[in-house]
Design a protein around this ligand. Structure first.
Ligand SMILES: Nc1ncnc2c1ncn2[C@@H]1O[C@H](COP(=O)(O)OP(=O)(O)OP(=O)(O)O)[C@@H](O)[C@H]1O
Length: 291
């Protein structure tokens, strides 16, 4: 059952799940008796392994999938949703698509155009806003998906792995949009990029065996696991390939330090990261244990 929460005041609960379970066919439940409250101002990250049910939970929240049992209460205002893969096979350009959607969502033609242009500029759509949707790369389609979710300020913004498919150069713009959304509502997102979660979530929950628990697994993993500091530099613009270090498995944090990139890497992934650097024409300057 899906109900609407009428209260629009700041700080109040905008999303509430009560004993929500989901099973596909006769399989064992993907979600079991999930209770969750998210208040305005929060940016909640749901983390968990592959297949743990994160996307299923988000689809239940936005109403694309019905819970097998339990109640989902959503806010009265707009809900913005960005799926893991944004299907865009249309010949329409990104700008026209967003303008049309803006009109459908109640904006005037001028406001829809201005908001679409502003969002595409903030998200640095590569190739320009006149490119037909079906010619967009996955990362650029993801930028249009984010823009459509933010056309009208959503009361609840739901993002399925927003950073993973996006170039690191756009992560700050993404984080900015998430802060903007949580200033007037709440954000719920899933993400495999640990550094992005740590920097942008105000709260973290883990999904495991269908159960949702409050946790900060990254703080815990950093306390209990060995971190290695690896400093790398590209050998030269012609020889080194650009690498998306922050999205690599085992990298918990990255920093730019003049011309070198400082990587904080989980010890067990150290060899993979060093191998990736060497394979892609990067020099390894330092490798030291952090503790
Ligand atoms: N429409 C569906 N019909 C049947 N089974 C499904 C459906 N959608 C998801 N599942 C199954 O439910 C389980 C959870 O899938 P889900 O995509 O929600 O996990 P996830 O945590 O988002 O995974 P990932 O991190 O790999 O994206 C998986 O076993 C998946 O195969």
């Amino acid at each position: 059952m899906v109900k609407r929460v009428p209260d629009r005041a700041e700080g109040v609960v905008v999303l509430q799940l009560q004993k929500v379970s989901k099973r596909y066919d006769r399989d064992r439940p993907v979600l079991r008796d999930i209770n969750l409250e998210v208040a305005a101002g929060e940016r909640l990250a749901i983390v968990g392994g592959n297949g743990s049910g994160k996307s299923s939970l988000l689809r239940v929240i936005v109403g694309l999938s019905r819970p097998s049992s339990g109640t989902v209460r959503v806010p009265d205002g707009a809900i913005g949703y960005v799926p893991e893969r944004f299907p865009c096979h249309d010949r329409m350009s990104a700008a026209s698509y967003l303008r049309h959607l803006g009109r459908i969502r109640g904006l005037s033609t001028g406001d829809a155009r201005r908001r679409a242009d502003e969002l595409l500029e903030r998200l640095s759509l590569v190739g320009g806003s006149r490119t037909p949707l079906r010619r967009l790369s996955k990362g650029n389609a993801q930028r249009v998906a984010l823009a459509q979710a933010m056309l009208v300020p959503p009361r609840l913004l739901v993002l399925d792995e927003p950073a993973s498919g996006l170039a690191e150069s756009v992560h700050e713009a993404l984080a900015d949009l998430m802060r903007e959304a949580s200033s007037g509502g709440a954000v719920v997102f899933t993400e495999h990029n640990a550094a992005f979660v740590r920097e942008n979530a105000t709260r973290i929950c883990t999904l495991n065996e269908g159960a949702l628990k409050a946790a900060d697994p990254f703080a815990e993993s950093e306390r209990s696991r060995k971190i290695v500091r690896v400093e790398v530099t590209p050998k030269g613009p012609e020889t080194a390939h650009e690498l998306d270090w922050a999205n690599m498995r085992g990298v918990v944090r990255t920093q730019q330090d003049e011309d070198q990139v400082v990587l904080h890497v989980l010890h067990e992934h150290r060899e993979d990261i060093l191998w990736a650097a060497l394979q892609n024409g990067w020099s390894i300057n330092t490798v030291v244990n952090e503790k």
